[in-house]
Ligand binder design. Structure first.
Ligand code: B1M
Length: 218
């Protein structure tokens, strides 16, 4: 039964049908399905198809916009259930999170933020298209022990490196760990730019954040 809802949810995202995505998400919640499974087995596979169709010229920008709206509206509904499913009630650390300058992809970054918040991190989500200087200012202001940089475009990955360089310049790098993610990003890239770690998805980001914060500064 759950697989049927997940398949329908994927289709709703592919078709950019926001209303259907919302009503199916409500149905999934009413049926007591695991909210993370709804994301990972319903919404995200639909988005992957949208991306593939865009790559091969079958879909165009309006399809991306509509699919994005459908998934975002579904996520808004899922957010309380995702947060309620979190394990930790103690504060694990403070995170400054955002999608880097030049990049307006929001959904994956927000999902990472929800997972971290749900599991004991205080998250300062700076949103999308965040200037390098804003990350640095916020780290200084909050004394965050972790900064999370999302980039979905090959053309914006380089901004992750610039944030690290600016943190060094500002004398803050020794106090803050840097985690990077986004579909074009890899563990090798993280190493190349001097980040402390890379996570492939939101669950991985949570595990990595925990590891980095336990490891402490330096
Ligand atoms: Co765009 N887009 N997009 N897009 N978009 C991609 C990324 C693309 C791969 C599509 C494709 O060609 N197949 C391609 C990038 C190619 C490249 O550079 N390698 C692309 C392009 C080209 C563009 C434009 C340039 C298109 C144009 O204008 N001609 C343009 C750029 C705009 C800009 O940013 N300046 C553009 C615009 C858009 C929309 C705004 C219309 C829309 C986003 C809507 C929104 O966010 N509100 C959009 C969408 C929806 C996509 C796809 C289809 C889906 C992205 C998404 O939300 N996925 C995407 C194709 C794809 O990814 N398959 C595509 C679902 C989300 C849950 O996954 O974001 O990957 P994701 O996040 C994951 C992981 O990556 C990871 O965890 C998340 C959760 O599991 N993760 C982290 C992400 N951040 C992390 C941070 C971490 C750790 C893990 O630590 C800090």
């Amino acid at each position: 039964m759950s697989q049927e809802v997940y398949t329908q949810l994927s289709m709703a995202v592919i078709e950019g049908d926001e209303e259907l995505a919302v009503s199916l998400t409500k149905q999934a919640l009413d049926e007591g399905l695991n909210p993370l499974e709804v994301v990972n087995q319903g919404l995200t596979p639909g988005m992957e198809v949208v991306g593939d169709k865009f790559s091969c010229g079958e879909f165009f920008l309006p399809h991306l916009v509509m699919a994005g709206k459908a998934m975002q509206s579904a996520l808004i509904l899922l957010e309380p259930a995702l947060k309620a499913g979190g394990l930790s009630r103690e504060t694990l650390g403070t995170v400054v999170l955002g999608t880097v300058a030049g990049d307006i992809h929001e959904i994956g970054k927000s999902l990472v933020g929800i997972m971290l918040t749900a599991n004991g991190f205080v998250v300062h989500d700076l949103g999308v298209d965040v200037p390098v200087s804003k990350f640095v200012e916020k780290v200084r202001e909050t004394g965050a022990n972790l900064v999370g940089l999302s980039a979905l475009l090959t053309t914006t990955m380089g901004v992750q490196r610039r944030v690290i360089e600016e943190l060094i310049e500002a004398g803050l790098r020794n106090n803050v760990k840097v985690m990077v993610g986004g579909s074009p990003v890899s563990a090798q890239w993280a190493q190349e730019i001097g980040a402390d770690g890379y996570a492939e998805d939101a669950t991985g980001a949570l595990a990595l954040a925990r590891r980095l914060v336990v490891a402490g500064p330096g």
